[in-house]
Design a protein around this ligand. Structure first.
Ligand SMILES: Cc1cc2nc3c(=O)[nH]c(=O)nc-3n(C[C@H](O)[C@H](O)[C@H](O)COP(=O)(O)OP(=O)(O)OC[C@H]3O[C@@H](n4cnc5c(N)ncnc54)[C@H](O)[C@@H]3O)c2cc1C
Length: 259
């Protein structure tokens, strides 16, 4: 398994501000620094693709280096997050961690370019998962409101709930089409920076809106883990941050619009 570690305590949205350093020593890279929020880095057999600084230029001084999580000098600690509990996310401390020079991806300084192409695919796949999350949250809401009776009628017969679900249905389909549109461009080998960010931000907002409406429709039962809605709600909130925040997606879209 390979996991990507870019984020640091002082370099989140401003990822290129990272400080973890890799210095060449003979036929090795020696890595020092620390990372935060690396998903799955603790799992057995994992190689961490670590974005490290190999020279001072903000973007061209970054390199991607493969580091097995069992390397001496690598300390991976699991974080107790309220999201992505099934995979888990970690903080990582590197103290004179030594890996062979050939573990670099491409050449020294290629890191930003390598991660740029990766991020487009990662964001598109995230957008697709948010569409799936939103669909499931809406399906659960529909099922629950059909089954639950109050004032002698199913909840789904109350216009306010019905219309909210109809609106959510439109948004889930719109999000799905934005994902298909971005995927089509990428599959053709075309640039799709704007389309991918549009799909990601819209799908993340849709998943959050649908899960929020689901929480309301399920009333008190929404707070019980066995109803799943609270998990959709937590994961959807994270969708607005992971893989680049909504604000950063808007900045990418605006730049592509010439703004
Ligand atoms: C569960 C989880 C898993 C993760 N997995 C990984 C992983 O596997 N690998 C990895 O490298 N990272 C991972 N991340 C990190 C994730 O990508 C960052 O959390 C994200 O990029 C935001 O960085 P930050 O948390 O430091 O927030 P900040 O960058 O501090 O942002 C805080 C707020 O300020 C806003 N903001 C910042 N800059 C601007 C700006 N220029 N304009 C407008 N608003 C701005 C942001 O949008 C946000 O709302 C993970 C995070 C979590 C929570």
């Amino acid at each position: 398994m390979k996991k990507i570690s870019i984020t640091e305590p002082n370099a989140g949205s401003d990822a290129a501000g990272l400080r973890t350093r890799a210095v060449q020593d003979g036929d090795s890279w020696i890595i020092n620094g620390n990372k935060v929020f690396c998903s799955g880095a603790h799992l057995p057999g994992t190689v961490i693709a670590v974005m490290a600084r190999t020279s001072e230029d903000k973007h061209k001084g970054l390199s991607m280096i493969l580091v097995p999580n069992t390397t001496e000098g690598v300390d991976v600690r699991k974080l107790d997050t309220i999201v992505r509990r099934s995979l888990g996310t970690t903080e990582i401390f590197f103290t004179d961690a030594r890996v062979p020079v050939e573990n670099i991806i491409g050449q020294p300084g290629d890191g930003w370019t390598v991660v740029g192409s990766h991020l487009e695919w990662e964001r598109l796949s995230l957008a697709a998962t948010y569409v799936g999350n939103a669909r499931t949250a809406l399906d659960d809401t529909i099922r629950y409101t059909k089954d639950r009776t109050q004032f002698g009628r199913p909840l789904s017969s109350f216009q306010v709930l019905k219309h909210r679900m109809a609106e959510d249905e439109c948004e889930v389909e719109a999000a799905r089409l934005l994902v298909y549109s971005a995927a089509t461009k990428l599959a053709r080998g075309e640039k799709a920076l704007k389309e991918v960010s549009m799909a990601k931000v819209f799908a993340a907002k849709t998943a959050f809106r649908v899960a929020t409406n689901g929480m309301q429709a399920l009333g008190g039962y929404a707070t019980l883990p066995e109803y799943d809605m609270e998990r959709y709600f937590r994961e959807a909130k994270h969708g607005m941050v992971g893989g680049g925040t909504n604000e950063i997606q808007h900045s990418i879209i605006a730049k592509q619009m010439g703004l």
